[in-house]
Design a protein around this ligand. Structure first.
Ligand SMILES: [Zn+2]
Length: 482
């Protein structure tokens, strides 16, 4: 691979090491060799090696690739058009217990769901992804094939949740099954770390605070620490879960994680919404946000999937001001990281009744250096000499980018993925002209469509509440004409 010189870029979002922040740089070059950025600055042509691939940077903004720290690539694409408006009235409108378990893709669809989601992510400027999956055959290879920098994060748990009536959540426990699944997950995470691409890593993910025994949560945290891996779980993500944990333990989900000793620099908590002083919880303490800040845990913030059902973290600006680390994930479809960033801003401002609660700079930081820090890395999420050559070229000529007095704002609030033109991961071009080069997105889309049709047929047997069909669980927007 020859060194690449992006010449005369209109704008560069470059990392200022001495100030510790991103800066705009105008009319300059970016040089990278193999997987690393080697220089950023004006007129690097003279200093570049003789054999170099020149990329014309005029009419482009070059920015660091985005870091998406919470997603479910092999489960979520199939939910499009189905779970957009579902939510159990008897379970505080959560979708998790009655509806999510009714739409399950099969192993045939899983790699295609992953490919479709990976293509969307790349085309929205993501270069690093954390994929929290129910493992399926070929999963690690599918991640590697995408060209993304990926964290294989296999989920395991001691219990399955279900509801028979739409207002009580029940748990089917098996402690042995939980530990067995953890052992398999650790093997998979280790396999990812050894992958010859060098782009894969592992993460340890006990799936949810309410489906894992205290021992499984503690032991998995130790296993992650002994491997130098990050640890992530879902907690404070629904009111039924908040009530379940307060009923079992007398403390909030965040406090319970604190008591178990699993909140720390290496922990990511999706989604830390229902904390003690959230307006919907009416709990008697005001300590959760401070606890998150003091322990150094990262909130995996994914507003889209919650705002669909009228729920929101309150508010991310407040968390940041309290010193909580925040990173951003897409969690659901669409796998569009830039739209997710837009939602981070808009939802926070609605919850705070103020446009000042969170700035675009803070949102961009969360999607870059915040995500990187949550993974324990300083070599991604920034453009600086020595950093990984994970970068995005945004088309400044796209009408939706104009006017472009502040191109990051034009990108986040207007253009989103439409203006993402070229993406490099590890120095390899993986998106060009807005298309993912390694993935057949059209084939993936049709395979996921076929997988959704197969899954829809199984909805009545999966619906434990009333054996409803897909059309009844989630009616179409319009009835068919006679
Ligand atoms: Zn999730």
């Amino acid at each position: 691979m020859k060194p690449v010189l992006i010449q005369n870029a209109d704008w560069i979002v470059a990392w200022d090491e001495s100030a510790g922040c991103h800066r705009y740089v105008r009319n300059a070059d970016v040089l990278f060799e193999k997987d690393r950025v080697s220089a950023i600055g004006p007129a690097l042509g003279q200093a570049a090696p003789a054999e170099v691939d020149i990329v014309d940077g005029r009419n482009f903004m070059v920015m660091p690739g985005l870091v998406d720290i919470h997603s479910h690539l092999s489960h979520e694409p199939i939910n499009k058009g189905y779970t957009d408006e579902t939510g159990s009235p008897g379970l505080y409108n959560s979708n998790l217990y009655e509806f999510m378990p009714t739409m399950i893709g099969d192993d045939e669809a899983a790699p295609w769901q992953t490919r479709l989601a990976c293509a969307e992510l790349l085309m929205s400027g993501v270069t690093t992804i954390v994929d929290m999956a129910r493992p399926y055959p070929g999963w690690v290879d599918a991640l590697a094939e995408s060209g993304l920098r990926a964290y294989a994060a296999p989920m395991f748990r001691s219990a399955r949740w279900f509801t028979r009536n739409g207002h009580v959540v029940e748990y089917d426990w098996s402690e042995d099954r939980g530990f067995g699944a953890m052992s398999e997950a650790l093997d998979l995470a280790d396999t990812a770390e050894r992958h010859p691409s060098g782009r894969l890593s592992g993460m340890v993910v006990p799936a949810q605070i309410d489906t894992c025994t205290p021992d499984l949560l503690r032991e998995s945290y130790k296993e992650a620490a002994s491997r130098g891996m990050r640890w992530q779980t879902h907690a404070a993500q629904s009111l039924p879960e908040f009530h379940e944990i307060t009923r079992r333990h007398g403390v909030t989900p965040i406090q319970w994680l604190g008591e178990l000793g699993v909140l720390g620099e290496s922990s990511l908590i999706g989604h830390s919404i229902f904390v003690d002083d959230h307006p919907n919880t009416h709990w008697h303490t005001v300590t959760d946000i401070r606890l998150l800040a003091e322990t150094g845990a990262t909130v995996a913030h994914c507003p889209t999937v919650f705002m669909r059902r009228g729920m929101a973290l309150c508010d991310v600006g407040r968390y940041l001001r309290a010193g909580v680390k925040v990173a951003i994930g897409t969690d659901t479809y669409p796998h569009n990281m830039i739209e997710e960033m837009r939602h981070v801003g808009y939802v926070a401002r609605l919850m705070a009744n103020s446009p000042h609660t969170v700035s675009t700079r803070e949102i961009f930081n969360a999607a870059t250096i915040g995500g990187a820090a949550s993974l324990g890395r300083s070599d991604i999420g920034r453009l600086a000499p020595g950093a990984k050559a994970d970068l995005v070229m945004v088309d400044m000529t796209h009408p939706s980018m104009q006017p472009s007095r502040d191109p990051i704002r034009s990108l986040v609030y207007a253009a989103a993925d439409r203006a993402v033109h070229t993406v490099f991961v590890d120095g390899e071009k993986v998106v060009e002209g807005g298309r993912a080069l390694r993935l057949d997105i059209d084939r993936a889309a049709s395979e996921v469509t076929a997988g959704q049709l197969r899954a829809e047929r199984a909805v009545p047997e999966r619906d434990l509440v009333a054996q409803r069909g897909a059309a009844e669980v989630s009616p179409l927007t319009f009835q068919f004409a006679d």
